[in-house]
Design a protein around this ligand. Structure first.
Ligand code: GGG
Length: 343
């Protein structure tokens, strides 16, 4: 048996709603790989806010700094302003400088998935409208939100996108392609800066193809011809919208993982939210979080274990069991047990 010098320290932040069902599922999958892990469960989210008065306790952030990586579940922030509340996942991405949100969109063996799709959406993760500089003026009749785009953040997400395209193209006959998404024809200053910074990075990667596309036509074309895209890089809000829409092309949000990546840390999560309509029923699809756990392992250079998890998921998607979002009747537990069986 292989021995490991020290277990990986992994933080688990279930958060709200179905996050509490899918994160324990992913923990069991990691344990099933045979690699040594030490898990620490940490608090954050709307429920945490209601209990403690803060959505992201300082102990959570401090504990994360001592870990090798983390799995986040989901959070249900209210859609109205609540004094003292702020989204913990948006704060965590900024606090830990997890500047890239990498969202693989890959065809799955389910009827709802279109074939031949293999896109990586690289979403800038720290700025744009998510700086949340909002204010009311004009006696509350005008709402203003500042949108921040910096050359530094645009350059580093673009570099991550081009590096990823280079890696994805390894061993293939075609060179990689990065599509830079913006709306610089209207937002010529902010999106203009994103575009300029990304095109400058493209010069460093002569082996990778580059194109640019306005975000509205990008959405249209991605739905019409998804197979033509390889790596897509976008400012925060566009990346958020594009990646949720893209998930619908490959079986839905129940299968879509993401990795929040910085230079020294990774926090993975399902793309989906807390799904309050099904929370507590034990029927949430755990696969997005299980695939997120595979992304975490890949980031820790545990490629073999990551691949074993992905193969096991592929097998379960082909042969069942499936949760109701995939027209099945299985529970979270059924799917988790079936993936463990295949690992
Ligand atoms: N796992 C991703 C997730 O929870 N998505 C929902 C989301 O990002 N919500 C933002 C928020 O509620 O604060």
């Amino acid at each position: 048996m292989t021995t490991y010098p020290r277990p990986y320290q992994i933080a688990l932040i279930p958060g709200d709603g179905v996050g509490r069902e899918v994160v324990p599922a992913a923990q069991r999958i990691l344990e099933a790989t045979g690699i040594a892990f030490a898990f620490t469960e940490l608090d954050a989210g709307w429920d945490c806010f209601q209990r403690t008065g803060t959505a992201l306790p300082a102990e959570t952030v401090n504990a994360l700094r001592g870990c090798d990586g983390a799995i986040f579940g989901a959070v249900s922030s209210p859609s109205h302003k609540v004094p003292g509340y702020s989204s913990p996942i948006v704060a965590l991405r900024k606090e830990l400088d997890l500047y890239a949100n990498l969202r693989p969109i890959v065809s799955a063996p389910v009827t709802d998935s279109r074939p031949g799709i293999d896109i990586l959406i690289a979403r800038e993760n720290t700025e744009c409208l998510y700086v949340k500089r909002e204010r009311l003026e004009d006696n509350g009749n005008t709402a203003i939100a500042e949108r921040v785009i910096t050359r530094e953040a645009s350059t580093r997400i673009a570099r991550m996108a081009f590096e990823s395209a280079r890696q994805k193209a390894k061993g293939k006959r075609q060179k990689g392609l990065v599509t830079i998404v913006h709306k610089a024809n209207v937002l010529s200053v902010s999106d203009g800066l994103f575009r300029e910074a990304a095109l400058a990075v493209a010069q460093e990667f002569p082996d990778v193809g580059v194109e640019e596309q306005l975000v509205d036509s990008m959405l249209y074309r991605m739905i019409r011809e998804p197979k033509r895209y390889d790596v897509v890089v976008a400012p925060n809000l566009y990346g958020d919208l594009l990646s949720d829409a893209a998930a619908a092309l490959v079986g839905g949000l129940g299968l879509a993982p993401s990795a929040n990546v910085g230079d020294t840390f990774v926090l993975v999560e399902p793309v989906h939210g807390s799904a309050p309509d099904i929370a507590g029923q034990g029927i949430a699809n755990p696969i997005a979080t299980i695939l997120a756990a595979a992304l975490l392992l890949r980031h820790l250079s545990e490629e073999d274990a990551a691949q074993r998890i992905e193969n096991a998921v592929e097998h379960v998607l082909r042969h069942g069991p499936r949760t109701p979002d995939l027209s099945g009747t299985a529970t979270t537990e059924d799917v988790t047990a079936a993936v463990i069986q295949e690992i």
